[in-house]
Design a protein around this ligand. Structure first.
Ligand code: SAM
Ligand code: DTB
Ligand code: SF4
Length: 364
């Protein structure tokens, strides 16, 4: 029987976050060892299957069309291109491919059918398949499940209060609804957030309350350190300190003992010693590959050297949960309903970075 708690309060989580560091590390590492093999780290490879031109206004995101960043946009990749990249990832030790699309939400139609075919193709390579495509309806989640999807990533990003400062084109409740839609299927939930966006410690704790009180808790929680990209409203944010990252990882581990805690964006700014502390504090997953979605990530060889140095082993696929079966398109029991997710429009107060926008325009 699981003794996982689902009633953490913000005060309790803040207390954990602010525990003297050696004690925090010891407590987190002790819990980590009870639930996981401390020498195994799950490795995922990100693949941006549709890049840039996103209509949303997430203040951290280089792919939001309105911020005029210098990224190269791309239409949806072909199934063959995706298969080639997945094989590459598999040969370099990844057990999971996570496909990201710069969409506000999934729209039923040809492009979604193509994504479903990508899911089938990667599942047949005996790799775990994850997608992060924005908001999805229950029917779309079912169709992804039927194609063989292993996980769906949809982040809460911050506390409910701070979220409103960063994103105005959809609300926290929209995010929770998508997570709920995924939960109704046998696809696992991957949901976490970003630190270093100017939020307070209370917001970090607030995000962990929102995630840890989900029942069941997400199977995977990515902790991203903001990658401050020129042209976005958050371009001037100072890099997050490694001590904050370690505290956030350790606290996540303590309040969500069984989840896979993923060291996500921001690893290029972290030393090996810093990352080792995060693994000790309970991180047991990373994104590998020279690129995240649009920004740099440590070199794969450097990561493998780090693994060797620390005695870490990449986790094999389907250790935590059985491989889903793939149902072919023609045998599907679901039809496209042409549904649109409902969404709300909260207020948002981070100022648009007009100056950066003009500068980027002048460079074109
Ligand atoms: N469009 C989809 C969505 O928003 O759900 C999927 C892709 S989106 C890029 C996935 C996640 O990447 C975001 O929720 C955010 O947590 C993270 N992310 C995006 N830009 C980031 C940045 N500059 N630094 C750190 N994390 C970032
Ligand atoms: C997540 O939490 N982090 C990943 C993944 N889920 C999709 C994305 C990080 C993106 C960082 C900015 C970029 O490369 O565009
Ligand atoms: Fe679009 Fe996702 Fe970026 Fe938000 S985070 S702007 S939804 S790609």
């Amino acid at each position: 029987m699981s003794r996982t708690r689902h009633n953490w309060t913000k005060e309790q989580i803040l207390d954990i976050y602010n525990t003297p560091l050696m004690e925090l590390l010891y407590n987190a590492a002790t819990i980590h060892r009870k639930h996981h093999d401390p020498n195994t780290v799950q490795v995922s490879t990100l693949l941006s299957i549709k890049t840039g031109g996103c209509p949303e206004d997430c203040g951290y995101c280089p792919q939001a069309a309105r911020y005029h960043t210098n990224i190269e946009g791309n239409d949806l990749m072909t199934v063959q291109q995706v298969k080639a990249q997945a094989l590459r990832a598999k040969s370099s030790g990844s057990s999971r491919v996570c496909m990201g699309a710069a969409w506000r939400n999934v729209k039923d139609g040809e492009e979604f059918d193509q994504v479903l075919e990508m899911v089938r193709t990667i599942n047949k390579l005996d790799m775990e398949v994850c997608c992060t495509l924005g908001m999805i309806t229950e029917n779309q989640a079912q169709r992804l499940a039927e194609a063989g999807l292993y996980a769906y990533n949809h982040n809460l990003d911050s506390s409910e209060e701070y979220y409103k400062e960063v994103i105005s084109t959809r609300g926290y409740e929209d995010r929770l609804e998508t997570i709920d839609n995924v939960r109704k299927t046998n696809v696992t939930v991957c949901s976490g957030g970003i630190i270093g966006m100017g939020e307070k410690e209370e917001d970090r704790a607030g995000m962990l309350v929102a995630l840890s009180t989900l029942n069941p808790q997400p199977e995977s929680v990515p902790i991203n350190a903001l990658v401050a990209v020129e042209g976005t409203p958050l371009e001037d944010q100072k890099p997050v300190s490694i001590w904050d990252m370690v505290r956030m990882v350790a606290t996540t581990r303590i309040v969500m003992p069984e989840t896979q805690v993923r060291l996500s964006a921001g690893r290029t700014e972290m030393t090996r010693e810093g990352q080792a502390m995060c693994f000790f504090a309970g991180a047991n997953s990373i994104f590998a590959g020279d690129k995240l979605l649009t920004t740099p990530n440590p070199d794969v060889n450097a990561d493998m050297e780090m693994f060797k140095l620390l005695g870490l082993n990449p986790q094999k696929p389907f250790i935590k949960k059985m491989q889903p079966e793939t149902v072919e398109a023609q045998d599907s029991q679901y039809q496209s309903l042409g549904e649109k997710p409902k969404w709300s429009r909260p207020e948002h107060s981070i100022e648009r970075n007009e100056e950066a926008k003009l500068k980027a325009k002048a460079l074109k």
